[in-house]
Design a protein around this ligand. Structure first.
Ligand code: UDP
Length: 443
């Protein structure tokens, strides 16, 4: 990957069609991608690259433009109805969205954006069109891939439609560079989507290490109204089948059957997606398993309260069926709390097995119950893991991510120029040959 500072973009268009970086993450369609887009934009702007983020307006109260941070604008594009449009219906609104993105550039001087970075395949489709029009490179981050998600579906979850996979393949083919969170994701892009390995940059996401840091457990519990003396395992994130909060609840029920009062489960987040999507469904599950009194629910929390959740917990569980990275795992570790995670996707990178937490292969309830019992059996070992977790998380900062993105952008701009100079030269040669062929000599 080239790191030439001379090809650093002055201003980029970031496309985040289906979810706004200003939305509260942890419910609906808002999660790690929102955090990623906003945090990297801040870091890029601080390094001198202005960022304009285009997202679909989901309320009539939103102004057309919002300043999210110095050098970072969010453009709320009107495309389709503000409310009630399902993520799966969004492909029908890509045309009006793209039209507004193109119109915005037309209002400015030519060459206003040096590069486009699209997030998720829907944005990639818009980026593909804008790239052709503006003659600038397109960098794409998939965040999740349909083929990967469909290969490990949770019970009750619906498979991603074939059309998404087709759309993803097109975007991957059209992008100048692809950003993958981990080496695993890079391999999936190559194996499942035929991406050229030389066009992929591996750039791990981060956590806001100034916000997520260790702190007093007792004070955090007091702030959240949680009991001081219980062992607490927390789940943080969107409540949807893919995230498998039900696996944690069922495993906790098994532990509590063996040892009543052994732990409390704290679930933080709001509904999202299909199937086991409602906190109500989890409440019903806890009731059916006879552990309703040992499960506490909190709605989605803003970052300054979320850090207290991580500090209050003795352990954070991430039992997802698939996770391209898992920001919650890094945030928890940065707050000094070990993580018990499923051994899937990026979680193998986010958690150091046996050091900063534990990775569990598969989702068998007895395995998860055993892992909980093992970790809670030795409080000193758990505290040691917490210290290692903090050290491990220190490797993942948004500053580091932004540096990786800038290197990817430089490489994209470089290769784009080379390709275009080459095709222009080829074009000139073809017209010269034609002219020579037709008239016997150049005119
Ligand atoms: N989050 C939050 N408040 C909540 C729950 C989650 O701000 O109540 C944020 C959390 O800090 C994390 C993101 O939502 O940055 C979830 O990202 P992750 O990669 O873990 O999962 P995703 O939502 O991308 O599947």
């Amino acid at each position: 990957m080239s790191q030439r500072p001379d090809v650093r973009p002055r201003r980029i268009a970031v496309l985040s069609v289906h979810t706004s970086p200003l939305a509260q993450p942890g419910t609906g369609d808002a999660g790690g991608m929102n955090v990623y887009v906003l945090q990297t934009a801040r870091q890029l702007a601080a390094r001198g690259t202005e960022v304009e983020i285009f997202t679909r307006a989901t309320s009539s109260h939103l102004p057309p433009v919002q300043q999210a941070a110095p050098g970072v604008l969010v453009r709320n594009v009107v495309a389709g109805p503000f409310e009630g449009l399902d993520k799966y219906d969004l492909p029908t609104q890509l045309c009006p969205f793209a039209a507004e993105v193109l119109r915005e550039e037309a209002r400015q001087q030519p060459g206003y954006y040096d590069l486009i970075h699209s997030h998720y395949w829907l944005s990639g489709q818009v980026g593909w069109l804008a790239k052709e029009r503006w003659r600038v490179p397109l960098v794409h981050t998939a965040h999740t891939l349909a083929a990967v998600k469909n290969a490990a579906l949770a019970a009750g979850d619906l498979p991603e439609p074939k059309t998404r996979e087709i759309g993803e393949k097109q975007v991957i083919e059209q992008s100048d560079r692809l950003v993958a969170n981990t080496a695993d994701e890079a391999a999936q892009l190559v194996d499942l989507y035929a991406a050229a390995p030389g066009r992929i940059d591996i750039v791990p996401p981060g956590a806001d290490l100034t916000r997520y840091s260790p702190g007093a457990k007792a004070a955090a519990r007091a702030e959240l109204g949680l009991p001081v003396h219980e062992k607490i395992v927390a789940f943080v994130g969107r409540i949807q089948p893919l995230k498998a909060p039900d696996v944690l609840v069922a495993a906790a029920a098994e532990v509590l059957r063996r040892d009543p009062g052994a732990l409390r489960v704290l679930i933080v987040g709001g509904p999202s997606g299909t199937g086991l999507e409602r906190p109500d469904a989890l409440i019903e599950l806890a009731r059916a398993l006879g552990i309703a009194d040992s499960v506490t629910f909190l709605p989605p929390q803003p970052p300054d309260r979320l850090v207290q959740v991580y500090r209050a917990a003795d352990l954070v569980a991430v039992p997802s069926y698939n996770e391209s990275f898992g920001l919650v795992a890094i945030e928890a570790q940065a707050s000094g709390t070990p993580v018990l995670a499923a051994d899937v996707g990026g979680l193998g990178t986010a958690v150091r097995d046996g050091e900063s937490g534990l990775l569990v292969p598969g989702h068998r309830i007895p395995d998860w119950a055993d892992a909980l019992t093992y970790l809670f059996a030795d409080p000193e070992r758990l505290r040691r893991m917490g210290r290692r977790a903090e050290a491990h998380a220190a490797n993942f900062s948004w500053a580091h991510t932004a540096d990786g993105l800038l290197a990817s952008y430089s490489a994209a701009i470089d290769s784009y120029r080379v390709d275009h100079d080459l095709s222009r030269a080829l074009g000139e040669r073809v017209s010269l040959e034609r002219a020579l062929g037709e008239g016997g000599q150049a005119r």
